[in-house]
Design a protein around this ligand. Sequence first.
Ligand code: HEC
Ligand code: HEC
Length: 80
Amino acid sequence: MRLRKVDWLFVLAAALVVLFVSLLPSPRDRNPPVPRTPDHQGLVSEKDCLRCHVAGGPRPLPGRHPKRQDCWRCHKVAMD
Ligand code: HEC
Ligand code: HEC
């Protein structure tokens, strides 16, 4: 099978996208860590985070915050 020129361009574009994404900084290192406050001690489930970090809760998430539930993927717990 012979590839046309546009097919090669497509493959090249896809490869560039993959390269670009793999070079993005790993999110966990740069995001605000979970502070060591009494509120954050003894939390065992990411579901607990939403008791406070919801709209209407004591500390709502900013509007542009990612709509994801795997909090610990991006916020490591501060260890000090
Ligand atoms: C009992 C309420 C409560 C619960 C539950 C809670 N938080 Fe918080 N969180 C707060 C409050 C209040 C602050 C602000 C603390 C401060 O600024 O001193 C805060 C701050 C944060 C911050 C830092 C924000 C910043 O500006 O640096 C992160 C990150 C965070 N929480 C993540 C989490 C995660 C992840 C969980 C679940 C494991 C969680 N929180 C559970 C009340 C809560
Ligand atoms: C995809 C990565 C990612 C996930 C998953 C994630 N966050 Fe965040 N979060 C961020 C980033 C990035 C910021 C900093 C946003 C900014 O500075 O505007 C942030 C900021 C925060 C803050 C600080 C908001 C403030 O008042 O300044 C809190 C609290 C927080 N996240 C809690 C949570 C909780 C709770 C969850 C799980 C429900 C969660 N995050 C899941 C990336 C994530």
